[in-house]
Design a protein around this ligand. Sequence first.
Ligand code: KG4
Ligand code: ZN
Length: 355
Amino acid sequence: MGKRKKIRATRAESRATINVLGIETSCDETAAAVVADGRDILSSVVASQSELHAQYGGVVPEIASRAHIENIYPVISQALEKAKITKDQIDAIAVANQPGLTVALIVGVTAAKTLAFAWNIPLIAINHLHAHMQSALLEHGSIEMPAVALIVSGGHTSLYDYHSPLEPELLGSTIDDAAGEAFDKVAMILGLPYPGGPSIENAAKGGNSDAVNFPRSLLEKDSLDFSFSGIKTAVLYHCQGQDMKGQNRIASMSKKQIADIAASFQKAVVDVLIEKTKRAVKKTAAKTVLLGGGVAANSLLRESLKDKCDELHCKLLIAEKRYCTDNAVMVASLAYHKYKAGLFADLSLEPLASA
Ligand code: KG4
Ligand code: ZN
C-alpha cells in the first residue's frame, strides 16, 4: 500500500478516553471488540467455528480461513454497533498477527490494515499469547511484581516472567503437544466431541481421578518446559492396549469408565501445570501468578492453582471464563498499552505462524 496521510493519532489527545477496536482470527474464533482505556469493555463479539470443525475432531485451516472471511465484517460491524460508537470514535485498530494459523491470521490482519488505512488511524500488532496474559488483568488495575504468567491454550503451553504488558520473557514452553491439544486429542480417543477441553471437563465430573495413574512428565528437576505427548499416548494404550488391537474397546466401556479416564487424565495434566508454575514462582520469587488461555477455563485448574498460590503466598489472577478462550477484548486491552507507548505497526504488517 502507498504512503498514508499523517495518521490522525493526535485526535485522541483532545479526548481523555482511548477506544481501541481489537480483531482476533488466529484459530477458529472470529472476534472483534471495542475496549476503552484498556479495561472498559464496550463490546465483545465472538463467532465460534467449533461446529464446523467438530466433525474432523480438530481445526481444519482451509475451513477456518473461509469461515473467517465470511464472518469478519459482520463481526466487526456488530462490535461497533454494540459499543454504540461510530468509526470516528475509534482511536486505533489492533490485530493479533502472531502466532496462529497463517491462513486464519491473514484474514484479521487484512481487515485491520484496510480499516486502519481507510479510517486513517494507527494499526497495532498484537502477539496472541501476550494478549492471553492481558485477559487475566482485565479486572485488576495494578499487580504486585514480580509476576509469572502461565498460558495454556490449544496451540501453546508456556510460562513467562511477566515484567510488564509489553515485556513478558519466556521461561519455558512445551517441547511437543500443548495442554489444550492433549485435551482435544484425548477427547477424540474417548469419542467425546470437539473442543475436547470442555468435553473432558464435563465427562470427568462423574469420575474418580485416582482410577488410572497416568504419567506426569516433569522433565529435568529444574525444567520449566512441558511435555504432554506421553500422557496422550498413555491414554491411547490404556484404551486400546499396548498392541493397539482394542480399537473397539471404548465403544463397550461404561459411562463411568470413560468418566474415570477423563478425570484421571485431567488431574494428571493439572498436576503438571501446577508443579511447573510452582517452580517458576520459586525461581522468580513471584508475588503474582497470571493464568490465561483456553485451558484456563478449566475449573479443576483454576481451583488447584488457587490452592497452590495460597500455599505459596502468591496472588492468582484469572480472567472470567469467557475471556480465557480466544476473544478480541484481550487484543484491544493489550493494544492500549502499545498505544500509550507509541508502538504502532505499518501497513506492511504480515501474519506470522510462530511467536
Ligand atoms: O486459547 P484458545 O481458545 O485457543 C488457542 O489459542 O489455541 O484455547 C483453546 C483450547 C482448546 O484446546 C480447548 O480444548 C481448550 O482450550 N479448552 C479447555 C477448556 N475450555 C477450552 N481445556 C480444558 N478445560 C476447559 N474447560
Ligand atoms: Zn488463544
